[in-house]
Design a protein around this ligand. Structure first.
Ligand code: ZN
Ligand code: ZN
Length: 336
């Protein structure tokens, strides 16, 4: 069933996605559309308000690191650390999970990872939201696999062969469709992973070659103690997040993108802005949310410090306590 717009009916059901015999995934959301070549041209030419300081020292002042991982991690079995962009390290009942790990991408990056792979002692699982380069980084996959060969990889449909050809053992790759659920037993206990819908797209090479040939998604990770939602990359529509909230919420923690949203007319269908991120937080029924997908890579044309600023404003307008939806400094770790 496609996710039609309007009506409460959609909120009760679970939206699904159809795949052509050729392997192409058809986006079920009418809110999503691909930009025309002319729009892509206009997007490339649109004014860039990023205003990045020219020196590392200046960025150090406005986006300082907070290196408290060792301190917090040693005291709690449930933590979250923001590495940068959409890369987070979750610790749930002592089990370590990485979300969309990107430790390289030096060219596009203006803030280095707040926690390096060498500083991480254990990775039990990795969840991948989609194949865009800012979420799926070949070098990071290779390095994680080398350092933590027994880690389990949870990926959306169509990506298994990519991981196999990157050297990951077949039996460690869990390729899943929206709403599919899988439990895995680790040394410390069991986690359940649920692949969740998102309004986005996929491509690594070019349209016509691999565009939409693998799926895009969010993830729910659930332990016996905590329930966490990772939204991946997504645009907003008024159905999916209610469905996620109804079927998988409430969440103790949600990782929700808040950056790369300008110019709005071109990016609205694939990236939420802070105002929509607040709606996501509310609709999935999140007790605490962390704003991700900002402050790290040269992406989107909003000012590089706008996402947390706009998030504060959006929370105020929605009359939600700003302690409920926070942003971290790079490297910052907190108990959940
Ligand atoms: Zn993306
Ligand atoms: Zn992205």
């Amino acid at each position: 069933m496609a996710c039609s717009s309007g009506g409460d009916q959609g909120a009760e059901s679970k939206c699904s996605i159809k795949r052509d015999p050729s392997g192409y995934f058809n986006n079920p959301f009418p809110e999503f559309r691909f930009l025309s070549p002319f729009e892509l041209f206009k997007l490339a030419r649109a004014k860039n308000n990023k205003n990045l300081p020219s020196t590392e020292e200046e960025i150090d002042q406005t986006l300082p690191y907070k290196k408290n991982f060792d301190d917090v991690d040693s005291k709690s079995q449930n933590t979250v650390t923001w590495i940068g962009h959409s890369s987070c390290l979750l610790k749930m009942s002592g089990i370590y999970i990485l979300t969309d790990p990107v430790f390289s991408q030096k060219r596009k990056r203006f803030r280095q990872p707040g926690l390096s792979l060498e500083e991480i002692d254990k990775v039990d699982a990795v969840v991948i939201s989609h194949d865009h380069y800012d979420h799926l980084d070949y070098n990071s996959v290779i390095d994680i696999n080398k350092r933590f060969p027994s880690s389990q990889w949870f990926v959306p449909l169509g990506l298994k062969s990519w991981f196999e050809s990157s050297g990951i053992r077949s039996e460690s790759i869990h390729e899943m469709n929206w709403w599919e659920e899988k439990s895995h037993t680790f040394q410390e206990g069991e986690l359940t992973f649920t692949c969740l819908p998102a309004q986005h797209w996929s491509m690594r090479i070019a349209p016509g070659i691999d565009m939409n040939y693998s799926l895009w998604c969010g993830w729910r990770v659930m332990s016996s103690e905590k329930n966490v939602y990772f939204a991946g990359d997504t645009g907003y529509n008024n159905r999916i997040f209610r469905q996620i909230g109804n079927h998988c919420g409430p969440f103790d923690l949600s990782l929700i993108p808040i950056g790369a949203y300008e110019p709005r007319e071109y990016l609205k269908c694939q990236h939420v802005n802070p105002e929509e991120a607040v709606k996501v937080h509310d609709e999935v029924n999140s007790k605490l949310s962390l704003g991700i997908h900002w402050g790290t890579l040269r992406q989107g044309k909003e000012h590089y410090l706008a996402p947390p600023r706009d998030l504060k404003y959006a929370l105020e307008v929605a009359n939600i306590n700003e302690a409920k939806f926070v942003t971290f400094q790079h490297g910052e770790c907190r108990e959940i």
